[in-house]
Design a protein around this ligand. Structure first.
Ligand code: NDP
Length: 240
């Protein structure tokens, strides 16, 4: 039976490319989203994916949502924690609300989701948890204290949980994309974006499909020896 994979924020951008790549690789894929039902349902229907709407910030909604996916498709064996937001501001202007929204979505959301699938993965002796962090969690970014903190937090989350999962056949890894051509990056002002591209040695933004291929590799049986790692995919912009 094909494995079940869940991609949070899987109807747009990197998440959508990941969902399609996993489906192509033979998984049964559920995608989650939080915004417009029409847009996400249209994407899911067009590609034959199952789509579910709830916020990863809501623990109880995650409990119910994962239970529904498991009832519909079967036990979740691959979880891609991709959902993420930005609420950028210089620190002296950053509101507590902007801080909490980003931490709640990008970091606590990963706890909320992973907690639902972890017990089953331990029992079955197999699992893949793949967390989408960011280059800006590695190097820090002006105007993104909240985002950089959340994304750096994911790297620690991954390293700690990888050690807990290892003897149960569960791997936990982080991917740190550089700048990728999605709506999140298109929201960056044109001149700022050009300056960013000038700093990328390969001379271009990444494509969502390039991150999706990192995910399908880490999800595969062949990647079983890789856990607790940080896979950097940033066109050479920041070398760790
Ligand atoms: P997009 O803004 O294109 O898409 C974000 C997705 O996350 C959407 O599907 C959105 O759902 C979903 N989402 C947001 N908040 C929630 C929530 N509370 N609950 C459930 N789903 C939610 O983002 P990208 O594709 O650009 O980014 C994907 C991930 O990659 C993010 O974690 C981002 O931080 C990270 N990243 C992106 C980079 C880039 O250059 N693009 C670089 C480095 C990291 P909906 O469609 O319903 O709004």
């Amino acid at each position: 039976m094909a494995r079940v994979a869940v991609v949070t924020g899987g109807t747009r951008g990197i998440g959508a490319a990941t969902a399609l790549a996993l489906r192509e690789a033979g998984y049964r894929v559920a995608v989650t989203f939080v915004g417009s039902v029409e847009a996400s349902a249209e994407f899911a229907n067009r590609h034959g994916l199952s789509a579910y709407r709830w916020s990863v910030t809501d623990y109880e909604a995650c409990v119910k949502g994962i239970a529904q996916i498991e009832a519909d498709l079967g036990p979740v064996e691959v979880l891609v924690n991709n959902a993420g937001i930005t609420r950028d501001a210089m620190f002296h202007k950053m509101t507590p609300e902007a801080w909490h929204q980003v931490i709640d979505t990008n970091l606590t959301g990963v706890f909320n989701m992973t907690h639902q699938v972890w017990g089953g993965m331990r029992e079955r002796g197999f699992g893949r948890v793949i967390n989408i962090s960011s280059i800006n969690g590695q190097k820090g970014q002006i105007g993104q204290v909240n985002y950089s903190a959340a994304k750096a937090g994911l790297i620690g989350f991954t390293k700690a949980l990888a050690q807990e999962g290892a003897r149960f056949g569960i791997t936990v890894n982080t991917i740190c994309p550089g700048y990728v051509a999605t709506e999140m990056v298109r929201a960056v002002p044109e001149q700022v974006l050009q300056k960013i591209v000038d700093q990328i040695p390969v001379g271009r933004l990444g494509e969502p499909e390039e991150i999706a291929r990192c995910v399908t590799f880490l999800a595969s049986d062949e990647a079983g020896f890789i856990t607790g790692s940080t896979l950097t995919a940033n066109g050479g912009q920041y070398l760790v």
